[in-house]
Design a protein around this ligand. Structure first.
Ligand SMILES: Cc1cc2nc3c(=O)[nH]c(=O)nc-3n(C[C@H](O)[C@H](O)[C@H](O)COP(=O)(O)OP(=O)(O)OC[C@H]3O[C@@H](n4cnc5c(N)ncnc54)[C@H](O)[C@@H]3O)c2cc1C
Length: 403
């Protein structure tokens, strides 16, 4: 194979290129991305970057890395189409670039809910470094902010804003925070934490419109009440960037469908990270995960296959979210959890999430040791019966020894 072309210069695109070189690939590697500049990490954008504004610290590698590793980056360039017959991609400026293997690492974009008035300049979103720069400048002058969306990114931003003394209102349509991703007890914990920091949290309230209100803005909620602010931060989830794959005739289903080797329905095209739908190996469930872990481990799996060492994707999912001084960590994947066991001691929270008779995930707050133990248990044992936890009295070290 002579040339690997990657669409997307984000977390997964970068890792694919780096892993290919680590695995000894000597052919040409070309990354094409619509964002300007070098690959950077997004997680700090809703956390430390809003405090320190340090661009250099975001870079995944310094500029000379790409030269040394012969990784070609074509930035500020959008890929508009894939010609699977000629095996070429077409860019916005009309150029055609040939590939022997194509990797789709197009990530996701912010979901824009149908709320009237979102086109106002005071409504900001957070996905890219360019978004974060605008938000960071704005934070300097913000007095009251309304955050639409009580998911990870909205809550991380809310924590930063509160710590700066900004009045914060969080509006969430579901009846609990981070409801798609964590156990009810973890939602409850963070509801108390955010309220304790002084944020007002409006649960079960969909935002319907952004309107003018006496020198500032108001977000009208479905129940008719209004929450005012000088800035609105929209953090209502993301959707997969799978349109070019779909147009090229690849199988998609809210994400590019891939097999256990991360191959799309065309064997010459792989997909990874936020934009792909894959079988999560621990639960066996089909998933689309938005995490650094998934993008990175997908990339490693694809790189190994491209150098002739195919191994089915087997990584344990894990995730973190820093909200103020609270570090939430999740090991495993539990959209189907139906029962929970909570252990709380010394300011550390551990929630064991069960799906039927198996352990599906472990959520921890301020308990990195338990998080790492849970990851090791999933990695070693795969399926962990609930009985094992009960017998070990929920002591993860004992479970590890027995698993
Ligand atoms: C503010 C924020 C905070 C986060 N915090 C955490 C965290 O704490 N923990 C965690 O695990 N995860 C976190 N994430 C999620 C994590 O950053 C993503 O899951 C990860 O970046 C996914 O990597 P990716 O390569 O799939 O996509 P991305 O890193 O999003 O990269 C995709 C790239 O593809 C480009 N692209 C898309 N379409 C095209 C096209 N047609 N042509 C050219 N280029 C294209 C995009 O512009 C983008 O640059 C956070 C994300 C954000 C936005």
């Amino acid at each position: 194979m002579e040339r690997v072309v990657v669409i997307g210069t984000g977390q997964g695109g970068f890792q694919l290129a780096a892993s290919l070189r680590q695995e000894g690939f000597t052919g040409r590697i070309t990354l094409i991305g619509e964002e300007p500049g070098l690959p950077y990490q997004r997680p700090p954008l809703s956390k430390d970057y809003l405090k320190d504004g340090n661009d250099a610290r975001l870079l995944l590698r310094p500029p000379d890395f790409y030269e040394q590793q012969r990784i070609e980056i074509i930035g500020s360039t959008r890929v508009t189409g894939i010609d699977r017959t000629t095996m070429e991609v077409e860019t916005g400026d009309g150029a055609r670039i040939a590939y022997d293997h194509l990797v789709l690492a197009t990530g996701s974009r912010n979901r824009i809910p149908p709320i009237a008035g979102l086109d106002r300049p005071e409504v900001l979103a957070l996905r890219t470094l360019s978004d974060a720069r605008v938000l960071r400048d704005r934070v300097e002058h913000m007095r009251r902010v309304v955050v639409i969306g009580g998911g990870f990114i909205g809550l991380e931003f809310a924590a930063v804003a509160r710590a700066r003394g900004i009045e914060v209102a969080i509006v969430e349509g579901a009846d609990r925070l981070m409801g798609r991703a964590v156990a009810p007890m973890t939602s409850r914990h963070f509801l108390d934490v955010h309220r304790g920091w002084g944020s007002s949290v409006h649960l079960g309230q969909f935002a319907e419109a952004v309107t003018d209100a006496e020198g500032s803005l108001a977000v009208r909620l479905r129940n008719g009440s209004e929450v005012s602010g000088d800035t609105i931060v929209l953090a209502a989830g993301v959707i997969a960037n799978d349109a070019i794959a779909k147009e090229a005739g690849l199988a998609t289903d809210d994400g590019i469908v891939v097999d256990d080797l991360l191959r799309s329905s065309d064997p010459n095209i792989s997909a990874l990270g936020d934009c792909c739908r894959f079988v999560e190996p621990v639960s066996g469930l089909v998933a689309r995960l938005e995490s650094v872990q998934a993008a990175t481990d997908h990339a490693r799996t694809i790189a190994a296959r491209l150098v002739g060492q195919p191994k089915p994707y087997a990584a344990v999912p894990w995730f973190w979210s820093n909200q103020g001084d609270r570090k939430l960590q999740i090991a495993g994947y539990a959209p189907d959890a139906d029962d929970w066991h909570v252990a709380e001691a010394d300011g550390k929270l551990t929630v064991f999430c069960f799906a039927g008779d198996r352990l599906a995930s472990v959520e921890t707050v301020g308990n990195a040791g338990a998080h790492m133990a849970a990851r090791r248990i999933f990695a070693n044992a795969g399926r962990v019966p609930r009985k094992l936890l009960e017998t070990a009295d929920y002591d993860l070290n004992a479970v590890m020894a027995a698993a």
